[in-house]
Each structure stands twice: as C-alpha cells, then as structure tokens.
Design a protein around this ligand. Structure first.
Ligand code: ASP
Length: 443
C-alpha cells in the first residue's frame, strides 16, 4: 500500500501543527511521501507565508524597503525550528536569500515558502528532503511532463524510500523554477500519486472533507463519504471549494482516489473522491446540495423564434464581447434566458441589454435580478425516476417559487433558480426531503 500525503498551509502553520503531521505520518507506514504547502495562517490575524513573499516581491518592484517584511518571513521559519529543536541549517540559506532578493525571479522568490517548510518538515520527520525543482518537470507552457517526472523519481527512489518534497513548484527545461497557480501544492501531490502509482492520495487540510450542505444553512448536515470528480465539479462550481480544481487532472484516468482529511481531527472519516464509483445500494440518492445567490437572468422574447436561425448565437455573442461567462440558457419556444453571475455584469449590464436589442431585435427583453441557483447533485439520480418530481413538489408545497430549471446532460444535477430571499429555505427543504427518506430507509 502506498499513500501520497499532502499537507496544506494550515496543517504546517506552526510547531504544534508540525507535531500533528508527525503523528499522522508515523501512524501509518504507507505514508512515505509527504508534500507540504508553505506555512499558512496561524490564526485569523496572521498571514500566509506565500502571501508575504508575493508582498515582498511587490516591495522590491516598487522600491519600498522590503527587509523588515522579509525578516518577518524568516522569523516564521526560525520560530518553528526553535520550538521543535531542529538542526537543519536554514539560517545561512535564509541570509543568502536575503542578500540575493532583488535578483530572484518572482517564481523563485515565492516558491521559497514551500522550500523552507519542506526542509523543516523533513528534518522533523527524519525523512530525506527532495527539491521539487529536481522532480516536477514542467514545459515552457506550464504543462506537466509526467514521463520526465517519472524518470526523475526513479532515480531518486534508487537512493531513498521516503521523502518530503515542497509543493507548488517545479522546473522548466532550462532549470528555472516555475510555480503553479495558487493552491498548487494540491497538484504536486496529484502528480506524485500518478507517477508513483499510489493507491491513495491523501489531502490533509483543516476541514473533515465535504458536507452534504452548508452547515450555516442546514443543522448538522451529513458528511459526504464518497463523491465522483464530476459531482465535485458541480458542487465546487456552485461555491464549495476545498481542493485545487486542476488537482484531479493528473490522476483522473488512473482512478486514484483523493481522500480529503482533517489534520486537526484525523479520526474523522473525511471524503473520498474518485473518477467513478460503483453503484452501491447503500449510497444516498443525492450526494450534496450547493448554491450561490445573486445571479441575473436576461430574458429575451421573440415571436416564432423557434423557426429563426442564429437568435441565441447573436445574443451570446454580446456576452462574449463583454467577456461574461454564461451559466445557463433555459429556453422555451419563443423565449430564452441567459443566466450570468450578477457580479460579472454589475458595471455593464445596461450596455449589454442595449447591444442585445440592436443585434437580436427581440420583441421584448427583461432583466431579472436577485436569482439564487441551487444545484442538487447525485450520481444515482439519473437511474431513479421521480427524483425531480419530488424536488419540485417539496419546494412547491413549501411556497418556494421556482424561477428557472436546468439540468446537465449527464443528469447528475438538477439546478433550480429561486429568488434570493428563498435561498436558505429552499436548500433546507431539499435536504430535509431527501435525507428524511434516506433515514427512514436505513432504520
Ligand atoms: N503556498 C501556495 C499558495 O498559498 C500553494 C499552496 O498552498 O498550495 O497558494
């Protein structure tokens, strides 16, 4: 059994968190390869080391004194070292970095958060340190070279059977350090899981996986035990985000499970994410409910529209011109709506409307604001007739007016648009309706 373990910034924020990581690693011999983010926030008023490093670069660029800021960063690492009684000689490296700061590229500078955190963690765990620049091979366009990475790993594994590696960066063919997008350590873990053929990729963070609904809306929602990548996309897109979106790509085809776990509550079961999950009769009908407020619908009416060609395309071209991403296009015979995020059109909605009037020449055009979209997601829904009927009946019986309905062609979600004021109520009703039946079935 081989597990890749990745610890997020909050899991390595201070000496206390380092100790938790050590307990987790030592409790399972399958946890041999450890990826770390840079030390994150210790508390709400604290800063992430990576944010401070970006800030440090901005100071250098704008000729503002950066040394006090850099010394703050140095102190974060030195404090962990002191408190854990470590011996890894980072002081000299930090001092050398301090003198070279203005010469460093932005990527190299911000990658040092992960670099020093990994050095300290390697010392603390008694594992070798392996530099991500010697392992994660990136092309000039930022894509990953898995073949080269696998080759490099083979070489490294000839000399060691376990290691700690910094997340978030790799190197391009010219040997330069290149960082990924923010939160990229999740991707490093995923690349290693793929190239080392891991059985599981454990992603340790500060939440115990995903809940079926927002606990601020539903009291004690159940934990999601298993979820597919596609279901997660539907839910994260609507607002629930724990994992970097791109972390699924390297391992999706190999169907290596990602297990989201909580460093502060390692006893919790967490959530397992997989590409495909075999149908299990004990699985819930729905996997989760998520939603977001403040969408806007532009309703376009045109007599005999169904016989005309290109009407929807012309309307969409206006949104494209304004660089607005379209969420849904529910349509009828002589009308359709274009649903977009309110924040995306706040400054230019009236320009968009007048341009649609000009290009489409509709009979009527209306703007509906304050729409909340709620996605009810479940891979088992498509096989069960009557699911949507139940959902709509539950909302209707409780007096929630449904303004819009949409469903993806994979039938793993049902999206309803309700008024902002009904958002919380609608989520509670959907959860209650589906979970009560579930509980009855189980008892
Ligand atoms: N430290 C980087 C960031 O804050 C990468 C990561 O945490 O995964 O975005």
């Amino acid at each position: 059994m081989l597990k890749i373990t990745k610890f997020g910034g909050s899991s390595v924020a201070d000496a206390g968190q380092f100790r938790k990581v050590k307990d987790i690693i030592e409790s399972d011999p399958a946890r041999r390869f450890v990826v770390v983010s840079a030390a994150g926030r210790k508390g709400p008023k604290d800063n992430k080391v990576t944010d401070l490093l970006y800030l440090c670069h901005a100071h250098i660029e704008y000729h503002v004194d950066y040394l006090p800021l850099f010394q703050l960063i140095e102190e974060r690492f030195l404090e962990i070292k002191r408190e854990l009684g470590l011996s890894t000689p980072i002081e000299a490296e930090l001092k050398q970095m301090e003198t070279r700061l203005p010469e460093l590229s932005l990527d190299e500078l911000v990658s040092r958060g992960e670099y020093f955190t990994a050095k300290l963690m390697a010392d603390f765990l008694g594992f070798p340190f392996v530099d991500a620049k010697d392992v994660i091979s990136m092309r000039y366009d930022g894509s990953f070279n898995y073949e080269d990475t696998s080759e490099r790993l083979k070489g490294i594994l000839a000399g060691c059977k376990q290691f700690v590696i910094p997340g978030f960066y790799g190197s391009t063919p010219d040997g330069r350090i290149r960082v990924m997008t923010r939160g990229g350590s999740d991707i490093t873990g995923s690349i290693l899981a793929r190239c080392l053929h891991a059985d599981v990729y454990e992603n340790w963070t500060d939440v115990s996986g995903f809940l079926m609904a927002d606990p601020r809306i539903v009291k004690n929602p159940k934990n999601i035990e298993r979820i597919t990548y596609s279901e997660l996309r539907e839910l994260s897109y609507m607002g629930a985000s724990v994992l970097h979106e791109d972390a699924v790509f390297p391992i999706r085809k190999c169907n290596i499970p990602i297990h989201i776990l909580n460093t502060n509550r390692p006893q919790d079961p967490g959530t397992i994410i997989m590409d495909s999950i075999e149908n299990d009769p004990s699985d819930s009908l729905i996997t989760g409910i998520a939603g977001k407020k403040d969408f806007v619908a532009v309703e376009i009416y045109q007599k005999h529209m169904s016989n005309a060609v290109g009407v929807i395309r012309r309307a969409l071209s206006v949104f494209e011109k304004y660089n607005v991403s379209v969420e849904h296009i529910p349509s009828g015979i002589d009308s359709f709506s274009v649903v977009v995020q309110g924040s995306d059109v706040r400054s230019n909605i009236y320009d968009i409307l007048s341009e649609i009037r000009e290009t489409v020449k509709p009979d009527d055009i209306r703007l509906v604001e304050g729409i909340a979209l709620i996605a009810t997601v479940g891979r088992n829904m498509s096989a069960r007739p009557g699911t949507s009927g139940r959902l709509f009946a539950a909302l209707g019986n409780s007096g929630v007016n449904i303004r819009m309905i949409a469903q993806g062609s994979d039938e793993i979600n049902i999206i309803v648009g309700v008024e902002n004021k009904d958002f919380e109520k609608a989520i509670s009703i959907i959860y209650k309706n589906f979970m009560e039946e579930e509980e009855q079935l189980q008892s």
